[in-house]
Structures are given as C-alpha cells and as structure tokens.
Ligand binder design. Structure first.
Ligand code: NAD
Length: 336
C-alpha cells in the first residue's frame, strides 16, 4: 500500500483486554489500512514491570503517536491506585468522551433503530476526585463545573453534530436543584448553541426525566451532551438500548490526541476463555479509523461486522456460538 502507515499505541489492558485487542488488531489490519502498532502495557502488567499501572512510557507513546486503542483496565480495589482510566484521561486532557450507539440488526433488544450519540465531559464534575472526610462520620465530594470546560464540550457536541449531519443537541443537567454548577453548564451550552442556530437545534432535559424518556421514546433524541457523572450513567443506559456493554464503543478526544476504548471493563471472570465479545473494541477501532480519515475502511469494517452478526455469526452473549477469535475470523472473511 502506498502512503505512510498510521502509528497507533495499542494498550492490551487487563482481563479480557488482550484477547479483544488481538481480535481488533487483526480485523483492523485486514481492512487494508496500514497501521504501525506500538504495544505498551498498562494496568496489572505494568505494575509488575514499572510499579505503576500508568507508566510514563505509556503517556509518552500516546503523546508521540497522537492516537491509541486501549483494552479495558482493572481498577484494583483498595490498593491505593486510582482508576487508570480516569488518570489517563486527566493526564492527556482527553476532555471529550464520545459514545455513539447505533442498533445492530440481529442483536435482540427492545428497539431495532437506535441511533444516539452521547458526548460526555471527561475532566471535571464529581470525577475531579476532590473529596475528604469531615470528621469520622461524614464525607464530602466537591463537584467542579467551569465555564471553560462546559464551553469546550458543548462546542465538541455541536461541531460533531454539524460534521455528521445530526439535527439536534440536547443538554442534560439537574439545574433545577444544582442551580450554580449545573446551571452554569446549561447556560454555557445555551450560549454556545447560538452560534449554530439554523444548523443544529438545541434543547435541554433534566437528567431524571431524560433517563425515562430514553427508555420510552429514544427516537426523539439525537446528540446528548452531559457533564461527567450524568454522562457516565446515561451512556450505559444508552448502551443497554443497543444490546449491552459488549457492543458499546467509545472515543476520548483531547487537543491533537485521541484514545479509543470500549465502554465495558475487563470482565475478569471471562479472562482467557476466548468468550468475550470484541464488538465494542472493534467498533472503537472503527471510530479510530474515522479519526485517522480512513472513512472507506471504517465503513467496510462496520459493514462486515454488522453482516456477520446479522447472519447469526456472533459470540455467546449475543446468542451465537463463536469464540472471540472465531468471531474476528468471520469479520475478516467478509473483508476478504
Ligand atoms: P465489566 O464491564 O468488566 O463487566 C460487567 C459484565 O458485563 C461482565 O461480567 C460480563 O458479563 C459483561 N461484559 C462486559 N464486557 C463484555 C464483553 N466484551 N463480552 C461479553 N460480556 C461482557 O464491569 P465490572 O465487572 O464492573 O468491572 C471489571 C473491572 O473493569 C473493574 O476493575 C472496573 O474498574 C474496570 N473497568 C474498566 C473500564 C475501562 O477500562 N475503561 C471501564 C469499566 C470498568
């Protein structure tokens, strides 16, 4: 193939991560796009080697390559390590988390025509991790919302909508109760929306009502923009609408850097069993190909994956009987 290979940092991750990363890498390589993979460990494998789950060599590699594909990483409970996933997003200032959810034919569910995009602010809110004990018997977590971060995420959501021909952005909040913090988020989204009048419609919803409406009338919504905590919760709800965690992809974007990863975690109980579904990581790879301006290859992988599942060739969680590797093979056969 002519042209330069794309350099991508590949983080296999923990639990089912290495199996999914291997399946995804084989599928993306079969798309014909030339990718030079730089494999760097994080999580448990890195603790053994570097004494930390988030080593500097990893951050250097991602900064150098600008693009990474990441398997899930276990957050060790009670060991003192903060979440590597949250740490990585903060260290690289990956301020926008994009989670598109589009139904795949052949996956049983209540709906067959979901097409939603969740844009989650990734750096602040209660996830800033500022909390402390107040005496022995009370704890306090501080919710940070700034105009700058709200403006940045709102622009990301509107620009995404424009670039992808989407019609509407809905800001999700609880500004009726948290008048200052969520109020600032809502006002900033509204201010940003003014630059898009005539191109993208804008509306807002209170988060609890939003959850009910997404379950009852998901067809009314298009692109959702949310502060960090609501974004985390609502994106899992939306993943549930298209068939669960095994099929929900994601991308984390900063300035000049993007890290693509599935919504799900490391599902330790399935480690090494060739059983986990690689769809979410492969679809994260599709988002990565689009980010690398490889639209045609992205479409081909997406279509091959949908065709395989549509033909009943899928993993056990979707009612099929293929292992992780065999499912990847079924997609690769269609990329032929
Ligand atoms: P999980 O997403 O790992 O698993 C929950 C359940 O969902 C699994 O037991 C399994 O039944 C199902 N599942 C998830 N992914 C699947 C797949 N690809 N194929 C088939 N079934 C799948 O959530 P958890 O058990 O709460 O978390 C396990 C670990 O992962 C924790 O340490 C958590 O902190 C971490 N985690 C990491 C990330 C990340 O790396 N971005 C995200 C979420 C959780």
């Amino acid at each position: 193939m002519l042209g330069m290979a794309h350099k991508v940092t590949l983080i296999p991750g923990d639990g089912i991560g290495p199996e999914l990363a291997d399946a995804t890498r084989r599928v993306l390589d079969a798309s014909g796009v030339e990718i030079e993979w730089e494999v760097v460990e994080a999580g448990e494998a890195s603790i053994a080697e570097h004494g930390t789950p988030l080593p500097e060599v990893l951050l250097e590699s991602i900064r150098r390559n600008g693009t990474a594909l990441k398997g899930p990483i276990t957050t060790p409970v009670g060991s003192g390590f903060r979440s590597v996933n949250v740490g990585l997003r903060q260290a690289l200032n990956l301020y926008a988390n994009l989670r598109p959810a589009k139904s795949i034919k052949g996956i049983p569910g209540r709906y067959q025509d979901i097409d939603l995009v969740v844009v989650r602010e990734n750096t602040e809110d209660l996830y800033a991790g500022i909390e402390h004990m107040v005496g022995k018997d009370a704890a306090e977590s501080i919710k940070i919302i700034t105009r700058a971060a709200s403006e940045r995420i709102a622009r990301f959501a509107f620009d995404y909508a424009v670039a992808h021909g989407r019609k509407k952005v809905t800001a999700v909040h609880k500004a009726n109760i948290m008048k200052m913090s969520d109020g600032l988020f809502l006002k900033t989204c509204r201010d940003v929306s003014e630059a898009y009048v005539g191109r993208v419609e804008f509306e807002d919803r209170i988060v609890d009502n939003m959850c009910m409406q997404l379950v009852q009338k998901p067809e009314l919504y298009d692109v959702l923009v949310l502060p960090n905590l609501y974004g985390d919760i609502v994106s899992d709800l939306v993943a549930g609408l298209i068939g669960g965690l095994g099929v929900a992809p994601g991308g984390n974007y900063g300035d000049g850097i993007a890290v693509f990863e599935a919504v799900h975690g490391s599902a330790p109980k399935y480690t090494g069993m060739n059983r986990a579904n690689p769809t979410a990581l492969i679809q994260s790879g599709v988002l990565m190909l689009r980010h690398l301006n490889e639209e045609a290859a992205a479409d081909r992988v997406d279509e091959a994956l949908r065709a395989a599942i549509g033909a009943g060739e899928s993993t056990k969680d979707l009612g099929g009987n293929l292992g992780t590797r065999e499912f990847a093979d079924a997609i690769i056969a269609r990329l032929g």
